[in-house]
Design a protein around this ligand. Structure first.
Ligand code: GLU
Ligand code: ASP
Length: 497
């Protein structure tokens, strides 16, 4: 987008009206709040819905299979951001992408709200994956469009937006989780659908007044000739995919297992291709090429980090259900409530971390050092869960405080990595690829969860010491390695801090 267009968009947005920030931030904050409310609410009960017996209202799937499905689901949700970002960039602009995405997501939750079968669950999964791909990266892109290049409020704007994400993620397990677990799973999914509906209404009603031209331009529109070619390819792709499914599923060649394996391969292959293309593109300058090299270890660290963080909603959710004392000090704890801990700690500590970085100024850790700290915290968060098993064996139930401690520690890591990661991505990606950086960053979460789909198969309460110890240990080793390499990586970053 040219600088002229960029300024025209900024001028069209009322620049005050939401805590000293552009009014548009209000619209985006609450749209994303409700979207995350529906997403994390659904995820807080979905894992239990999948493996609880049919008599308890669940689907009765095998536990480890359910954990793998949770992981590939999470992977696909972030992988589809690549498609969502591309569609917005070249066909309909970010604002429409957010709107269509919200509709798909809402429909996905509605399908889950109707008592149904495993097939219905997959239909809903497709809808939510496509919808989130359209909505999630694009709503964040619009946040960036509200501020001029030189506006100092930009970083603070993203921090406020990030609080919106976590506010939604915090309230959802308490509301959707309680209703879903105590009354009925489908009613819980229904509340998630209602949340997305509220977000959509708010978006549509306030966008004209608050967002001005933001999100309405198509950054790099397809030419009519390209359009024809693209639509033909999409049409062909859908037909081939449909035929493949129609042949492979009845033949027993496309099973849960093989599908999970395909997603794992894609999760690793797509980012690898991105790196090769960015590195080899003639549009990438020599300095940018060096930055691509610097970005690779950071990306790997990010994959390791999200692998552990995301197991908070799979392995640790299972741990909360099976290994934790839920009747605690006279309170009947719902296992879904543990999902509120991560966002709660984020809300509490994000301002403290932001303050600390400002206070440290030039003495604060560099980007690679922050990523290294994130890995050390992530590793530690898994090692602490070893302690109760070490002290009391794996047969007795453990105090919920161990889980609370683990979720707390991982958040310290998240605050070293997550807010820094996106801005580091925007700075390190070559200019020719800048439109895709939002999706590039989310690809690290996609890759992490694609790998988790394989890793979680090894978890059982009997193997938990090896499991948590192995993964936690690997993260710590990687963290130390990154700390040693940090000055070298910093050199390759060519002046980016
Ligand atoms: N939990 C954050 C969100 O939902 C971060 C996602 C990620 O980068 O994986 O927005
Ligand atoms: N902390 C995550 C994110 O920033 C939310 C979660 O895992 O619940 O949105």
């Amino acid at each position: 987008m040219s600088n002229f267009n960029r300024q025209k968009i900024v001028d069209s947005v009322p620049q005050k009206g939401f805590f000293g920030h552009p009014k548009g931030l209000f619209t985006l904050f609450f749209t994303e709040f409700w979207e995350r409310f529906s997403y994390y609410g659904m995820r807080a009960i979905l894992v239990y819905y999948m493996y609880y017996e049919v008599s308890k209202g669940g689907l009765g799937l095998d536990e480890n299979l359910a954990l793998s499905i949770m992981s590939i689901y999470g992977s696909l949700v972030y992988m589809s951001g690549v498609i969502g970002g591309w569609l917005a960039d070249r066909i309909f602009g970010t604002s429409k992408a957010v709107f269509y995405g919200g509709i798909f997501i809402m429909l996905g939750h509605i399908v889950l709200a109707v008592p149904g079968s495993v097939t219905m669950f997959f239909v809903s999964m497709v809808l939510i994956v496509l919808g989130t791909g359209l909505l999630k990266p694009n709503v964040s892109t619009v946040v960036g469009e509200l501020y001029s290049e030189t506006d100092d409020r930009r970083d603070a704007g993203f921090t406020i937006f990030y609080m919106g994400i976590n506010l939604g993620a915090f309230l959802a397990p308490l509301i959707v989780g309680t209703v879903g677990m105590n009354y009925n799973f489908h009613l819980g999914f229904g509340i998630a659908a209602l949340g997305m509906l509220l977000g959509l209404i708010l978006f549509v009603v306030t966008k004209k007044k608050n967002l001005g031209l933001a999100g309405t331009t198509v950054a790099n529109p397809l030419s009519p000739a390209e359009k024809k070619k693209v639509y033909t390819w999409i049409g062909l792709g859908v037909v081939v995919l449909a035929i493949l499914c129609a042949v492979l599923i009845p033949a027993g060649l496309l099973t849960f297992e093989s599908f999970i394996n395909i997603v794992t391969i894609l999760g690793v292959l797509i980012p690898t291709m991105y790196f090769i293309i960015m590195y080899r593109s003639p549009k990438t300058t020599a300095v940018e090429r060096s930055r691509v090299i610097a970005y690779i270890p950071l990306f790997i660290a990010s994959v390791m980090f999200w692998s552990i963080q995301e197991q908070g909603s799979t392995i640790l959710a299972n741990y909360a259900d099976k290994r934790t004392q839920l009747d605690w000090m006279g309170i009947e704890i719902s296992p879904a409530w543990f999902q509120s801990l991560n966002p709660l700690f984020i809300i509490i500590f994000a301002p403290i971390f932001a303050w600390m970085w400002v206070k440290l100024g030039k003495r604060q850790p560099t980007i690679p050092q922050k990523f290294s700290l994130a890995l050390l915290f992530a590793g530690l968060s898994f090692l602490v869960i070893l302690v109760p098993a070490y002290l009391g064996g794996t047969d007795s139930l453990v105090s919920p405080m161990w889980l609370v401690l683990s979720y707390l520690i991982v958040v310290f890591g998240e605050l070293c990595l997550s807010p820094v990661g996106l801005s580091a991505t925007t700075k390190l990606a070559p200019a020719a690829f800048s439109a895709q950086t939002m999706s590039l960053w989310f690809l690290s979460s996609a890759a992490a969860q694609a790998l988790n789909a394989q890793i979680v198969k090894f978890y059982t309460p009997e193997t938990e010491m090896t499991y948590f110890g192995g993964i936690g240990g690997a993260s710590i080793v990687l963290g130390i390695l990154l700390m040693i390499l940090a000055p070298k990586i910093q050199g390759f970053m060519k002046g980016i801090r």
